[in-house]
Unconditional design. Structure first.
Length: 206
């Protein structure tokens, strides 16, 4: 199984530790369909499929990924995903605030803002939505504790709170609290992670 990029190396390491045999590589048609749905949310057109199958370039998959990163649908698709994840909705904010926050998200995705900088913009936002659209993130929360829980679930839930979250749901049927996250993160003591995670990574790093 290829391991020439950062993500695959970690995936393969975990599969080996769990003694799970990885699936084989996807064929060209399956790969193209998957990467289109993942990156831009739409199926490839018939002419795109034919051209991809006819291409004999050994790096055609990397080139296809880079090309999809440059399409406007990538910004549409991923800003919508982040809007859902951050709960940008007119049920909890005004129509103007929702629009301004959406445009902030679109700008972050389009400019390939590092995720640590993106989180920093959200958490240090001040003022009204017209002054700093990122501040809408705080308007969406019911209270301070709700904000803390949402932040930890979105930006710090990668392995830190998973054990506590699972146990809490099984035992009580309720979502875990900030206290559960603190207890889990203190006991698990995860290793350092890259400070800057990008919306998209160069093909040589995938």
């Amino acid at each position: 199984m290829p391991s020439g990029n950062l993500i695959d190396r970690h995936v393969i390491d975990k599969l080996n530790r769990l003694q799970i045999t990885p699936s084989g590589l996807a064929g060209d048609e399956e790969f193209l369909r998957r990467v289109h749905l993942d990156l831009i949310g739409v199926q490839p057109r018939p002419d795109e499929i034919k051209a991809f199958l006819a291409d004999k370039d050994a790096k055609k998959r990397e080139k296809a990924i880079d090309a999809l990163f440059g399409r406007p649908e990538f910004v549409d698709h991923w800003s919508l995903k982040w809007g859902d994840l951050l709960q940008n909705s007119r049920n909890v904010a005004s129509a103007q605030s929702v629009f301004l926050f959406r445009e902030f998200l679109r700008g972050a995705v389009a400019s390939n803002m590092p995720l640590d900088a993106f989180a920093g913009k959200l958490l240090t936002a001040r003022g009204a939505a017209v002054d700093d659209p990122a501040s809408v993130y705080f308007a969406i929360s019911k209270d301070t504790n709700d904000t803390v829980e949402r932040v930890t679930q979105v930006f710090a839930a990668c392995g830190c709170c998973a054990p506590a979250a699972t146990a809490t749901r099984w035992k009580t049927g309720r979502k875990p609290t900030t206290t559960a996250w603190r207890a889990s993160s203190a006991s698990s003591a995860p290793g350092p992670t890259p400070a800057s995670r990008m919306w998209r990574m160069p093909s040589s790093s995938r």
